[in-house]
Design a protein around this ligand. Structure first.
Ligand code: AMP
Length: 447
């Protein structure tokens, strides 16, 4: 199978060959012809599968025909939950479209709105946007939707998780009724299925399991350790193993900042990436991590979602996530593209329930390894494998077949610990919500 067989134009084929892509990934092979035919698509896929090109390429091709975008108008709209993902999609769109003469742009919160208003003035063929900023732009008459032919909801599950459903519904109501709809989601919970019913019409269903989800390519284990010894244990692990390109997950933004301070004191170059950081700081941290000028990137779940860093060797869970599905997403950051990665979790006795949740979801008892000199004073009780939780609703054939996270999601509501806050909501900085949503929101602690 080659890209030429999928019916892509020479302009796009040229860009793909310059990018060095030789064969389409499974999702590209399935989705590109369907999108080119004008069909709606519902795809169970996450970052790492090549999903971005699977919608960007055929959309660009369709946009090569048809009327030009009028002033302040948009012809194809991609909604996505985070700034990082939005920026990545736009980078891809620009590259793939480099010989087409089409114009793409990206808008997201956390940066000045005026340059974005200017970029929309002459009209844009493909716009990538986070929902809150898009609504703000609409509120300021900077954008018109009457020319929208295609809508993509990317990482729809995460958008709902981040509380964007009202914004998404508002946007849907403003779009022309006749349009093509493409829905991409890593998991298909009851809520997503509900949204899908309103959105897609007789869709082509595509389901792929990402390479990075094959457990064989990720060696996972846990280190039982006392809570107050976690930072020292982390430093010990990184130093004794001389690990580079370590992505450390912290449940909270303050936790991430604190950890960076302590790592820096221990001479480990590191940076944090989360929703309270300015866009510039986030982009810089990611770039420094990619080019190895910092050794450790400490991230919260939302900020890390969708980041594509090839062959990331080490992921460390400093805290276990409150939502067990996030464990699967976290370790999906490592062992990509066939390389073997290591995913290590520091687990204290108070995280026993979270550990059980993860083991139940993944149906794996995680191997325990003691870190010498860090044997816990409060031992982590042994666990045994429990039967997977039964989904309440009928299974979706799309997501269930290949996605353990989808099974868990369909099965129950994510568990929250009393007193802990949903990082997803806490993480969503004001910039990623519309100004009306900001006004509605009650003040909360930042994590
Ligand atoms: P995505 O799932 O869209 O985030 O893509 C994951 C990574 O795979 C990105 O770095 C893409 O540039 C890369 N990629 C996408 N399609 C292909 C392909 N057909 N061949 C090689 N790499 C690809």
């Amino acid at each position: 199978m080659s890209f030429a067989n999928l019916g892509l134009s020479n302009d796009l084929l040229k860009a793909l060959s310059e990018k060095g892509y030789e064969v389409p990934t499974p999702i590209q092979a399935a989705a590109i012809p369907a999108v080119l035919e004008g069909r709606d698509v519902m795809a169970a896929a996450q970052t790492g599968t090549g999903k971005t090109a699977s919608f960007v390429l055929p959309i660009l091709q369709t946009l090569q025909g048809g009327a030009k975008a009028r002033a302040n108008s948009v012809r194809a709209l991609v909604l996505t939950p985070t700034r990082e993902l939005a920026a990545q999609i736009q980078d891809n769109a620009q590259y793939y479209g480099r010989h087409t003469g089409l114009k793409s742009a990206v808008v997201f919160g956390g940066v000045k709105i005026n340059p974005q208003m200017q970029s929309l003035r002459a009209g844009v063929d493909l716009l990538v946007a986070t929902p809150g900023r898009l609504l703000d732009l609409y509120g300021q008459n900077a954008i018109r939707f009457d020319q929208v032919e295609t809508l993509v909801l990317d990482e729809a599950d995460r958008m709902l998780d981040m509380g964007f459903i009202r914004d998404i519904r508002k946007i849907l109501n403003m779009l022309p009724k006749k349009r093509q709809n493409l829905l991409f989601s890593a998991t298909f919970s009851a809520e997503i299925k509900e949204l899908a019913k309103e959105l897609v019409n007789n869709p082509v269903e595509v389901s792929v399991s990402p390479e990075n989800k094959t457990a064989h390519s990720v060696e996972q284990w846990i280190i039982p350790v006392d809570k107050n010894a976690k930072t020292d244990a982390l430093i010990e692990l990184i130093k004794t193993n001389n690990w580079f390109q370590v992505l450390v997950f912290s449940r909270t933004k303050h936790g991430a900042n604190r950890l960076v301070g302590k790592l820096e004191k221990a001479d480990i170059k590191s940076a944090a990436i989360h929703g309270n950081k300015s866009q510039g700081a986030r982009t810089r941290a990611l770039q420094e991590f990619k080019d190895n000028s910092i050794q450790v990137l400490v991230a919260t779940d939302i900020a890390a979602r969708g980041i594509d860093i090839k062959e990331l060797p080490h992921v460390i869970n400093f805290d276990l996530p409150n939502i067990s599905e996030d464990y699967v997403h976290r370790i999906g950051r490592t062992g990509r593209a066939g390389s073997v990665g290591e995913a290590v979790s520091l687990v204290s006795a108070d995280e026993l329930d979270l550990l059980i949740d993860i083991e139940t979801l993944t149906q794996t008892l995680l191997e325990r390894r003691m870190l010498p000199h860090f044997e816990p004073r409060f031992p982590l009780p042994p666990t045994s494998l429990r039967a997977p939780r039964k989904p309440k609703k009928a299974k979706t054939k799309t997501a269930q077949a290949s996605d353990p996270a989808a099974r868990g999601n369909a099965a129950r509501k994510p568990q929250r610990k009393p007193g802990s806050q949903n990082e997803s909501r806490a993480q969503k900085g004001p910039d990623e919500r519309s100004s009306s949503q900001r006004r509605r929101r009650k003040p909360t602690r930042s994590d």
